[in-house]
Write a protein that binds this ligand. Structure first.
Ligand SMILES: Nc1nc2c(ncn2[C@@H]2O[C@H](COP(=O)(O)OP(=O)(O)OP(=O)(O)O)[C@@H](O)[C@H]2O)c(=O)[nH]1
Length: 294
């Protein structure tokens, strides 16, 4: 049975405080949920904490805004789903599952327990929104260099630990200065936005694009070896070359020089990045509009 998604609209602080005072279980759950701002941890804590009150075999938490789908346990036919929202802020949907149907009494209790989850989810949402803003390049809407420094370190740790491949592609638009000089800075800005879009169109959803500097982008490719990186770099190169950028009555063609490198066992961040950067400069020196592999 699928319970119709309940819309838990406005839960005021007063109701929340009343729950805390009245009920130790709620207090216990709320305290545990205050320890993190990570969606993943929040829904796991919530599921664990309510397990003895509402036995369930698994859950799925989805949140469109952050493109999240967090699953745990066993998927069953019987489930109940709740779309959570507070003060017009969508907080995602939580589905609890088990083989046996949830009773009406249990469904009412879940709704009450969800009050403990709503504010922690809202705090996580505000935190993530702030992080996304801080890590996003305003012009191209790709991630910025701070995000790169953060994410590449994390991906390097994971790759070293799990023995996975990790590669990068450096992309620098050729003769970009002449676009600014000939058509103006505003045109240059739009050209950069278009290039970011074409790069995004060329990659898989697991690859991440960053604006590394002025007219320089980086793509980080997890679980990708050097051959894979070269293939992807070539696809990006062709995609940029094949597009025509229109600015007013002007049509402008662009090309880019690309360098790739893959993580080696003893690499530091600097070594890994420098190889790709050097490869990109060799692409510039040897005629531009090409891919060079380190
Ligand atoms: N419109 C615009 N231009 C930018 C931005 N960031 C950097 N630039 C410009 O990008 C140009 C980069 O020029 P150069 O480093 O000489 O490189 P290039 O002209 O692309 O030449 P090569 O890289 O050698 O092919 C400069 O004119 C910068 O002002 C930006 O956000 N918007």
């Amino acid at each position: 049975m699928q319970k119709k998604a309940a819309n838990l609209a406005v839960v005021t602080n007063n109701t929340f405080e009343a729950f805390k005072a009245d009920n130790l279980t709620h207090y216990d759950i709320s305290s545990a949920l205050q320890t993190t701002l990570e969606f993943d941890e929040l829904v796991h804590i919530f599921s664990n904490k309510i397990q003895n009150l509402i036995p369930h075999s698994g859950f799925v938490y989805s949140n469109e805004e952050f493109d999240l789908e967090i699953k745990n346990g066993i998927v069953t036919r019987s489930s109940c789903s709740y779309a959570m929202k507070v003060e017009e802020q969508q907080l995602g949907e939580l589905k609890l599952m088990r083989r046996q149907k949830f009773s009406e009494q249990e469904l009412t209790m879940i709704e009450t327990l969800l009050c403990c989850l709503i504010y922690p989810l809202r705090n996580a949402t505000l935190f993530q929104q702030a992080m996304n803003l801080a890590f996003t390049d305003v012009l191209t809407q790709t991630r910025n260099r701070s995000a790169f420094n953060d994410i590449v370190r994390r991906e390097m740790r994971l790759a070293h630990r799990n023995g996975n491949h990790l590669s990068v592609v450096f992309i620098d638009i050729d003769h970009f200065k002449s676009i600014n000089d000939n058509y103006g800075h505003q045109c240059g800005d739009l050209a950069l936005t278009s290039v970011a879009k074409w790069i995004n169109e060329s990659i898989r959803s697991s690859d991440i694009v960053f604006r590394y500097g002025g007219e320089e982008f980086v793509v980080l490719l997890s679980e990708t070896d050097l051959d894979g990186a070269e293939l992807l770099a070539e696809r990006i190169r062709q995609n940029i070359e094949n597009h025509i950028f229109a600015y007013g009555l002007e049509t402008i063609r662009m090309t880019a020089s690309l360098g790739t490198s893959t993580l080696r066992g003893d690499d530091t961040l600097d070594k890994f990045i420098d190889r790709a950067d050097q490869a990109m400069y060799r692409a510039k020196q040897t005629g531009r509009n090409r891919v060079v592999t380190a």
